[in-house]
Design a protein around this ligand. Structure first.
Ligand SMILES: Cc1cc2nc3c(=O)[nH]c(=O)nc-3n(C[C@H](O)[C@H](O)[C@H](O)COP(=O)(O)O)c2cc1C
Length: 277
């Protein structure tokens, strides 16, 4: 927390706002990344057909241990405590990672959650961990300091989802009463699903638009003009351009992202791209 305080103070000194994304990777993991020989946990003991980065290179995901009811409740508390710590460290809020095939998404998708009982089975059961975790975090730090990121239909990390529209509409309806800071969509399905979720959600709608074959760019700013979203989020372009907002305002130019430095290594490729000024 003391280390993060230096970062949050710098962001606030520049009039920025910063949310910490809280992520539990669930079954996307490997014992070599965990202390004391622990094995990853998941909704069910079903290995993801996927590989993860480890110190020894890419390795297959292992079969996770199915979380017990007590461990699920502990996990929800862990998220709430992490949120409190983030606020204590100066973050303006936290974003829960309900996207991209990590733990909350694993509970939602029926190919990774084959539990019976309260935390699986029906749609309500599969939604429960995402909704209850969001509620616990909102209770801990306030709805206006809590956000949720989802990626409807994204098969990344061996997720397979059906019935996207009813599933995600039910999720949005369940979280609407929490008064969240924003809902963040990592879009990979069709735009009509996005538009439906925007209509269903009561609050600020953040979109990371689907742009096959290239990162989100200056072209997507029109999605703000036409009301598709309230805010846009940028991944790759923000990694490569520390002064991205100013560059977007001017229409560019942009530094070229170096993919070889993504997802690991050291600070190279994260803190050394030049600003213009
Ligand atoms: C190196 C790298 C790391 C990423 N880490 C995360 C992450 O921790 N959490 C997350 O929700 N998305 C993560 N993403 C995905 C981005 O948030 C974003 O959805 C993706 O890059 C597509 O958007 P873009 O076209 O703006 O880059 C990461 C992407 C890259 C390239």
């Amino acid at each position: 927390m003391a280390a993060w305080r230096k970062v949050t103070d710098r962001v606030h000194a520049e009039d920025g706002r910063i949310f910490a994304q809280l992520l539990h990777t669930g079954r996307i993991g490997h014992p070599s990344l965990l202390p004391d020989g622990l094995i990853p946990v998941g909704a069910s003991a079903i290995a993801a057909k996927h590989q993860v980065f480890t110190p020894d290179g890419l390795q297959d995901c292992v079969t996770p241990k199915e979380l017990s009811e007590t461990e699920i409740l502990d996990t929800i508390s862990d998220f709430a405590n992490a949120a409190r710590n983030a606020i204590e460290a100066g973050f303006d809020g936290v974003e829960l990672h309900g996207a991209n095939g990590y733990l909350l998404h694993q509970f939602l998708a029926s190919n990774s959650n084959q539990r019976t009982g309260a935390w699986g089975g029906s749609l309500e059961g599969r939604l429960r961990l995402m909704v209850e975790t969001t509620r616990a975090v909102a209770d801990a730090v306030g709805g206006q300091r809590t956000a949720l990121r989802i990626s409807p239909g994204n098969p990344f990390n061996d997720i397979s989802e059906q019935d996207l529209e009813p599933t995600y509409t039910a999720l949005v309806e369940a979280i609407n009463p929490l008064g969240l800071a924003y809902l963040h969509i990592a879009e990979s399905a069709d735009r009509s699903l996005t538009n439906g979720l925007r209509r269903a959600f009561d609050g600020t709608f953040v979109l990371n638009p689907n742009t096959p074959g290239r990162p989100t760019g200056v072209e997507e700013l029109e999605l703000l003009e036409d009301g598709t979203a309230d805010l846009l989020s940028y991944g790759v372009l923000f990694i490569a351009n520390p002064d991205l907002p100013a560059r977007l305002a001017d229409g560019g130019p942009f530094n070229t992202p170096d993919q070889s430095t993504f997802y690991g290594g050291d600070a190279t490729g994260y803190t050394d791209y030049p600003s213009r000024s």
